[in-house]
Ligand binder design. Structure first.
Ligand code: FEO
Ligand code: CA
Ligand code: CA
Length: 664
């Protein structure tokens, strides 16, 4: 952001809320008699099955939701480790019997000339394009024989996102700015190249150690890599730019947060807080910019430097025609991008049918031959929504590909206070959608315009405003879908699915599709866990969290194949520096027993995010993002992973058992 004093702030990119729609909070749509008790109690109805009573909240007379039926209790713990304590140590802490080692930190050479990482951060933009990017996030391990359905565990492609940059750490003396403008072309280019995705071919040696292979498959995809636009918005007038007058292509992917992977062996990277990369000086912004929080200043000031590759971040109307300026450039962001990791020459594809918002990630329901493909995605911003996509065509093993993501129906979730839920279609051809548009006085010319304005379309149908939807994960046995709602300092009134206002600590919600039909229109939901300290939290069995599992701001979420839920936290600010939770952490939770234990604590200032495992479950990969957040170019607040006095770097951590067996 550039302030009034013309300072570029280089913030971490969490966006300010931009849902100013009159779309009601859920309590506004239920009767006024209910409303009287809602703020105090009925909103907590969905928690009644937990036996929950939270500070300052009065229990409703009748539970509004019964909650999902519990799993049978297992006798033996499926979390066979001693939990680690809360700590502010500047290291990775894991339970006894486990080992954590650093892998592919920012700057690791992986392709081209394999330029060595220079400790003073003096690598050029060109070097950065051949090195692992900054700020590791979502990640997936593809066995080398994945395309044939193989489960090879000692050789594969590790594909990971690089969400954003820490400009003070990316350059030797921080970013150069003069009079509110960026002045060094190579610096800005390096920042763009530090974003995106890395594809790294890796192999496990006989002693269990992993190494990067020099491979033609290794690849960097950056904020400048050419991409194709597919789906209903391809060629739309709102996607036409000076670079792509036909509205069919775009340059780069940005703010790649969580990820997904398809049943046909490709990687999906998700564009989250992209709005802050753009600036528009126009007095009145069109809805496709204003509803996403594009402002008159940008986070890094890229648009302030000359050259077409940078001017595209200026979304101001300059020319007579959209095909001669970059007013529509922000419309090319906010999508899910598909990358074929096995083909280094494949052009990444932005799939518009999946909607345009601050995509955290994308998680697929189990596929069945002859059934549509179904996937879920959260819009991580305060008071935004959760979405589901159902393909029109059916899944056919070995034959289906990314085209399944180009034609289908996008739905948004409404969580009813009684524990039921509805998927509301955002479909131009759907009479109910058209009726809602008429009632709201909103018009969309075609499906492409709906998708470019996904948030507004969701406002129109009355979706439920959530507490920052982050990752989703699907239980491998029960098919229940779990989503983290990380926190929401801007929630003014509690409701059933978001029962604390404000919500400082976050929670995990889950739902089960009616009739176990992932493609269906209805679901049942409940709250799995309320994060927080001992006196303001509940686990899935209604007990307060304790020393072995207090947490806040749950974000990353993943099920291992045996149905253990791995939870990663992303606290920031005072919660991180002085709360009772220590550094950010990773926990494991067993939905069967309700047991939850802290498995890992990260280094100072870092977020723990991104998780994947080899099929043999002997190697777990976890990402550590932004250690030493808040460092200046001369004062590092963490020295992880390289040691005292050294520049902190985001990195992957490889976790194994000392005896080499399965992790659990
Ligand atoms: Fe990039 Fe929502 O975390
Ligand atoms: Ca996240
Ligand atoms: Ca987060």
């Amino acid at each position: 952001m550039i302030t009034e004093k013309n300072e570029i702030l280089f913030g971490n990119g969490d966006e300010l809320p931009s849902n100013h729609s009159t779309n009601p909070h859920i309590q506004d749509v239920i009767s006024s008699s209910r409303r009287q008790i809602l703020a105090g109690g009925a909103a907590m109805g969905a928690l009644a099955f937990l036996g929950a009573s939270l500070p300052g909240i009065v229990q409703a007379a009748e539970p509004a939701a019964k909650g999902l039926k519990d799993f049978p209790l297992k006798r033996r713990s499926r979390l066979p480790f001693v939990p680690v304590d809360v700590t502010r140590a500047d290291t990775i802490t894991v339970p006894r019997g486990y080992t954590a080692s650093t892998f592919i930190p920012w700057g690791t050479p992986i392709t081209g000339r394999y330029p060595a990482y220079l400790e003073d951060a003096s690598n050029s933009a060109d070097d950065q394009e051949q090195q692992v990017g900054m700020h590791h996030d979502g990640m997936h391990f593809f066995p080398m024989n994945a395309k044939l359905g193989g489960q090879q565990s000692d050789h594969g492609l590790l594909v990971l996102n690089h969400e954003y940059i820490d400009a003070p750490l990316l350059h030797p003396n921080g970013p150069s700015v003069s009079d509110g403008k960026r002045v060094n072309v190579d610096e800005v280019r390096k920042e763009i190249n530090a974003h995106g995705v890395s594809v790294v071919e890796i192999r496990r040696g006989l002693r269990g150690e992993w190494s990067v292979l020099p491979s033609a498959r290794n690849r960097r995809i950056t904020g400048a890599t050419p991409m194709r636009i597919e789906g209903p918005a391809r060629g739309h007038a709102l996607l036409m730019t000076r670079y792509s007058p036909s509205g069919t292509s775009a340059r780069g992917t940005l703010n790649n947060c969580s990820n997904g992977y398809t049943p046909w062996g490709t990687y999906l990277t998700c564009e989250e807080n992209w709005a802050g990369y753009f600036a528009s000086k126009d007095g009145e912004l069109p809805r496709e910019l204003s509803r996403y929080g594009v402002r008159d200043t940008s986070r890094y000031g890229w648009e302030t430097i000359a050259g077409d590759e940078f001017e595209r971040f200026n979304a101001t109307r300059i020319a007579d025609d959209a095909r001669a300026d970059y007013r529509n450039e922000p419309n090319a962001f906010g999508w899910i991008v598909e990358i074929d990791p096995f083909d280094p020459n494949a052009t990444p594809v932005k799939h518009t049918a999946l909607g345009r918002f601050a995509h955290e990630g994308l998680v697929f329901a189990p596929v069945k031959p002859g059934r549509p493909v179904v996937c879920y995605s959260g819009d991580d911003s305060q008071n935004e929504y959760i979405y589901k996509y159902v393909s029109r065509d059916k899944y056919r093993p070995q034959r289906s590909d990314g085209r399944l993501l180009d034609d289908g129906t996008l739905y948004v979730a409404r969580f009813n206070p009684n524990g039921s839920g509805d998927w509301l279609a955002l479909d131009h051809a759907d009479p109910a959608f058209q009726q809602a548009c008429t009632a709201a006085g909103v018009q969309f010319a075609d499906q492409g315009e709906i998708l470019i304005n996904t948030r507004l379309a969701a406002d129109v149908v009355g979706a439920t405003k959530m507490d920052r939807p982050e990752w989703g994960a699907i239980h491998p046995d029960t098919g229940e879908v779990y989503f983290t709602l990380t926190n929401n300092s801007n929630r003014e009134t509690a409701d059933a699915p978001n029962p604390r206002a404000p919500n400082a600590f976050g929670h995990i919600i889950r739902w089960r599709e009616a009739s176990r039909d992932f493609a269906g229109p209805r679901f049942e939901w409940d709250i799995y866990l309320l994060a927080g300290p001992q006196d303001n939290s509940r686990d899935s069995k209604g007990r307060a969290l304790n020393d072995s599992n207090i947490m806040a701001s749950p974000d990353g979420l993943w099920f291992d194949v045996e149905g253990r839920l791995w939870i990663q936290t992303d606290m920031s600010g005072s919660q991180l520096s002085s709360g009772p939770f220590g550094n950010n952490q990773m926990l494991v939770s067993d939905p069967g027993s309700g047991e939850t234990k802290r498995f890992l604590v990260g280094p100072l200032g870092a977020e723990v995010t991104g998780i994947t495992a080899t099929p043999d479950f002997r190697t777990l990969f976890v990402n550590i993002q932004h250690p030493g957040e808040g460092s200046s170019s001369t004062n590092f607040t963490s020295s992880w992973p390289d040691g005292p006095g050294r520049r902190p770097r985001s990195a992957t951590v490889i976790i194994t058992r000392e005896d080499g067996k399965r992790l659990m």
